[in-house]
Design a protein around this ligand. Structure first.
Ligand code: SF4
Length: 778
């Protein structure tokens, strides 16, 4: 929804209007995989380049109907032929395009036709749908001539269909903003630090800047960030707040915070949606997303309007007298609504993202290559404020979003079973791949450029598979599909390959000695170029976490704007609560590990004897951890020892943590950066201390060394950006498990001489008072 002046006006994009009014029938993703965005843009360019000189592209048009303003850009207008064109790129057999999709395209071009007639005072116009086949580069043109009067009637009909909804939206927005303006902080008072965080958030939104907020545990970060962003929404004309979390637990905390806020504002109509991943939301995982396979896709658009309205009604505030509930559309509620209306929960949730004030979901929904919330933001011209929770995860998560790898062994298997038509293109990829392996003598090698011939072969194969599947919509082969999506991602990432990524090949022995195997990887190491435009299309993005130091590391790696503000929120904890000891007489360097086992065990034993209770001990690897635990158990058999094991599932993790009770005592041995190094909340006597026997530095290996060199070249800080900063973030996260509330007391041992260095200590929280523990007498 666009801005509102004195006369409330509802602005909607042509496409969004037609999707609302003219989409009927089945949900059908069969005519996809549609062309990639890049192919689409290229296809448009081919078509428009074939037109004459006076052909206008991207013609901005808009028109009003009552409180509605409908706007958009028509793909092309040929003034000489008086023809307005809507260009659609596709793959496969056009005849297989579902009829409702075609109707939707007509609906759009008719609206453009009306807007054009009105704009240029025409009394009739030719409307054309231009379908451009990516494969053959051929156009199929469907043309109709319409009078201005009939188009006007059409336009008015579409607007009328939408009007009631628009009015509902306008009054929701007015009521929401009025209530938000009047809303008071739910707890009456801010907790220490919470106010500082909230003010920084609000100010960032006021100035339309991005924000990095380092905010310690225990200040109520979630409410402290959502509350000011909601206030800001009303004051700064923000349409939506996206709360993005790294994990499911983060989504739950956001939902809880919304509930706290709503409980304090009984008249506030706030629509909150939790987005679950498609794989968890899908009810029929053995089906495909089209009406012939999945009953929840059949007639989806016919039942959507009722489901949509029901979903909204659920979120009405109880005081309105309509809904007696105080519900958010969390995943269970949404699923229940979807099933009551026989529509797919996942696609209903995508629809509801359009109509909710707060959308809670994973980072991916706004930041990855095909991020839905980002596309919707652009399409609808929304003004959004984005909150990124536990943002220290963003660097590694974003790198993953923009990386892809492929394994030769799976192509080898695939070649044997693919249909005849696909054998040749896959063989070509295979041959090129063999060549790459032959050319490489080392086990691992990284390259500054992409192998052209290989990429060419891969692109051709991807096109061939795409065409093949488009022509046979019912053909399903999971392996082929997986290879196809991988190849698409690979070629897509290849289009934007640059300094921010490595291309590397890692060879290994295959199942048979004659077959070497290898993994090719486009490995993003600096996500900045991808994320920068994402930040730019928000009003404010606020990243927050307990560990966001140093700022420049996050700013550089994530591509945050130069104007980004930062705040280091004061900790509610005081130095007296935590004794931080540096055991500088021990080295945990790889070559010193064996010798370190004994002094580490002694230090832990001493501490435990002085103060029995629950501790966590962190090591750099399972191997080191096991050895240390064995050594400790041997010397202190009376102390209970619990060990993290390699592949713990959720239940086993919960069991491990359940041992830490208010009256238990023992030491849990764990791996730094693993399941217990962050996100674990053991207040009071459940955890009274931690031993950290590692700086958490990533392993020195060929990949990391490549990254270091690249970081050095780009930022002049290779070692710190590759090793020190990521390592110390894990250390501080792990040590942060000890003090969870203002009444907690505890001890942290930082075991390694390097923890004594000033440049390392600078990366630790300011409220820590670091002492050096003397080496015990020998
Ligand atoms: S229920 Fe599953 S298979 Fe059916 S449309 Fe939804 S996501 Fe697709």
């Amino acid at each position: 929804m666009g801005g509102m002046s004195a006369q409330p006006r509802y602005t909607i994009a042509v496409r969004a209007l037609c999707e609302f009014t003219a989409k009927t029938g089945d949900l059908d993703l069969r005519f996809t995989p549609s062309p990639t965005a890049q192919e689409g843009i290229a296809g448009h360019a081919v078509v428009t380049s074939r037109r004459g000189d006076d052909y206008q592209t991207e013609l901005a048009l808009s028109g009003d109907f009552g409180p509605l303003r409908v706007r958009g850009r028509a793909d092309g207008y040929d003034a000489r032929a008086n023809r307005i064109e809507e260009i659609k790129t596709y793959r496969g057999d056009l005849k297989k395009m579902p009829d409702n999709q075609r109707q939707l395209h007509w609906a759009q071009v008719k609206v453009y036709g009306h807007l054009l007639c009105q704009d240029q005072g025409l009394d009739k116009v030719n409307l054309a749908l231009v379908y451009f086949d990516i494969g053959s580069q051929k156009e199929t043109v469907l043309q109709e001539t319409h009078t201005a009067a009939s188009l006007q009637a059409w336009f008015e009909q579409q607007c009328t269909l939408f009007l009631q909804w628009a009015q509902q939206e306008l009054s929701h927005r007015a009521e929401r903003d009025a209530q938000l303006k009047a809303m008071r902080f739910p707890h009456g008072d801010f907790r220490p630090g919470q106010r500082q965080l909230a003010e920084a958030m609000y100010k960032a939104s006021k100035r339309g800047l991005c924000l990095l907020a380092q905010a310690p545990t225990g200040i109520g970060k979630t409410v402290g960030s959502l509350f000011p962003m909601l206030k800001a929404s009303a004051e700064h004309g923000v349409d939506k707040v996206f709360f993005l979390a790294a994990k499911t637990s983060g989504r739950q905390m956001a939902l809880d915070a919304v509930e706290v806020i709503r409980a304090g504002a009984p008249l506030l109509p706030l629509r909150t949606l939790e987005m679950a991943s498609k794989s968890t939301a899908c009810v029929n995982p053995d089906k495909a997303c089209h009406g012939d396979s999945c009953p929840l896709a059949k007639g989806f658009y016919d039942r959507l309007p009722a489901a949509r309205q029901a979903a909204l009604d659920i979120m009405l505030p109880p005081a309105s007298g309509v809904g007696a509930t105080l519900l958010a559309l969390d995943r269970d509620t949404l699923r229940a609504v979807a099933l009551a209306h026989d529509v797919c929960p996942y696609y209903l949730s995508s629809e509801m993202a359009r109509w909710c004030d707060i959308v809670i979901g994973d980072y991916n929904y706004y930041f990855d290559l095909s991020a839905m919330l980002h596309s919707l933001t652009l399409l609808n011209d929304w003004k959004v404020n984005v909150l990124v929770d536990e943002a220290h995860n963003m660097v590694s998560r974003a790198r993953k979003m923009y990386s892809a790898d492929m394994e030769h062994a799976s192509l080898r298997l695939l070649r044997k079973v693919v249909p005849e038509e696909l054998k040749k293109p896959l063989d070509r990829v295979h041959r090129q791949w063999n060549q790459l392996e032959k050319d490489q003598t080392a086990e691992y090698q990284s390259h500054a450029t992409l192998p052209e011939k290989f990429m060419g072969a891969l692109q051709t194969a991807a096109t061939a598979i795409g065409d093949y599947m488009a022509e046979r919509p019912s053909y399903v082969d999971a392996d082929l599909q997986e290879f196809y999506f991988n190849a698409l991602l690979f070629t897509r990432l290849a289009e934007s390959f640059g300094d921010h990524a490595l291309f590397d090949i890692e060879k290994s022995e295959g199942a048979r000695a004659s077959h070497s195997n290898s993994v090719l990887c486009i490995r993003n190491i600096v996500p900045a170029p991808f994320l920068k435009p994402r930040f730019e299309s928000t009003h404010t993005t606020a990243l927050f976490s307990a560990t966001l130091s140093p700022w420049n590391y996050f700013g550089d790696m994530l591509g945050m704007p130069d104007t980004t503000a930062w705040v280091d929120v004061e900790s509610p904890f005081v130095a007296e609560q935590l004794s931080v000891q540096v055991a500088a007489h021990i080295s945990t360097r790889y070559q010193h590990r064996q010798q370190s086992l004994r002094p580490i065990a002694e230090l832990m034993g001493e501490q435990y004897r002085r103060q029995p209770g629950n501790y966590l001990a962190f090591f750099s690897s399972f191997d080191y951890m096991e050895k240390a635990a064995n050594q400790f158990a041997e010397h202190y058999p009376e102390v209970p020892v619990w060990r993290q094991s390699r592949r713990m599932d959720e239940t086993e993790r919960a069991q491990f943590l359940a041992r830490f009770t208010l009256d238990s005592a023992g030491i849990g041995f764990a791996v730094l950066g693993g399941s217990f190094g962050e996100g674990v909340d053991l207040p009071g006597a459940r955890l009274i201390g931690a031993f950290v026997a590692t700086l958490g530095l990533p392993q020195i290996n060929p990949v990391n060394e490549q990254i270091r060199q690249r970081m050095d070249a780009i930022f002049g800080a290779g070692y710190d950006y590759t090793y020190t900063y990521p390592g110390m973030q894990k250390v501080v996260q792990a040590a942060g498990r000890v003090i969870r509330t203002q009444s907690d007391r505890g001890t942290v041992y930082l075991i390694d001489d390097r923890f004594g260095r000033p440049e390392i200590q600078q990366l630790m929280p300011a409220w820590w008072r670091i002492e050096r523990s003397a080496a015990p007498a020998q």
